[in-house]
Design a protein around this ligand. Sequence first.
Ligand code: TYM
Length: 329
Amino acid sequence: RTGLVSGIRPTGELHIGNYYGALKGLVELQERYDARYFIADVHSLTTHPKPDGLRGLVVETARNYLAAGLDPERCTLYAQSSVAAEVCELHAYLSMVMPLGELLRVPTFKDKAKRHPDNVNYGLVGYPVLMAADIFLVRTELVMVGEDQLVHLEVARAIARRFNQLYGDLLPEPQPLVGNAARIPSLSGQGKMSKSDDPAACIGLGDDERTVEEKTRRALSDPLRAYRHQPGHPTEDGCNVFRLHTFFTGEAEREEIAASCCEARIGCIDCKKRLAERLSGIVEPFRRRKGSIGEADALDALRLGRDKAKEAAGRTIADVRRAIGLQML
Ligand code: TYM
């Protein structure tokens, strides 16, 4: 079976963007591919350098994966830190073939550096290189990511080409498999939904119905529609709430909402209520499933995955060392 890898950072509770862009597709993919899913806990140190609670976050993320329907017997589910020695070693080798200038131009780096100028660390620049190491460690042909990660995948592909040129064909150039060609916008209308940027503008997969409704009620809608009796602008660019409907509400209902909005028969509050219902329709069942998965289940799954991942990682490292001429004495 064709190999596939995907990762997610343990930044705490996942949000509906992660669900839509990644989790949703994973279950189906584990049936079709030799799937490896990992929790990028080493990556998370670039922005969340807090030892307290990291283990808990990893367990939490594993529970999320399991709640989404992953079967640890069918796929390989592991923590990145379970292969930390291997992934960091590979990262070092890959870093030598990656020009710094290109990394400094990666938009996600520039964006993070701008937003958190107090923590522009070396690891942040190397983030896509570490990501490439994740991919090449298991040497899969496919990488499942949301659209926001495609630039990082381009870096990985560039690294594979340079590495292979220097050392012979060893690393398969990975192809992206975009979970859902969408970037779920934040409720505030400011960029993509991201918990670290603005938790209030982000629907968490653990949010209860009331929280979903409250957050949605405060979402940015149509800035040109100041009063209920005015017609709105239900287009993707005209109204952030309508844009969110395009992801979560079926076409027929959406058209009906748009028509009512244009004729001012429906106000923003009603429209947001209906969006909140759709969002809860995803979050609630997820929350229920997660409630039945305990820490022990998550740890069992991660230990099983660790053993499988270590085996593959060991083989890659041996091949890479040989190819680059590092004879271990
Ligand atoms: P992370 O943890 O930010 O996100 C996990 C997955 O969710 C997708 N995603 C979204 N999709 C649509 N709309 C959004 N608003 C949204 N926010 C997040 C992401 O595209 C991702 O698929 N660098 C990665 C983790 C990683 C990785 C890897 C992935 C590390 N090494 C190797 C694949 C292969 C990240 O930070 O994802």
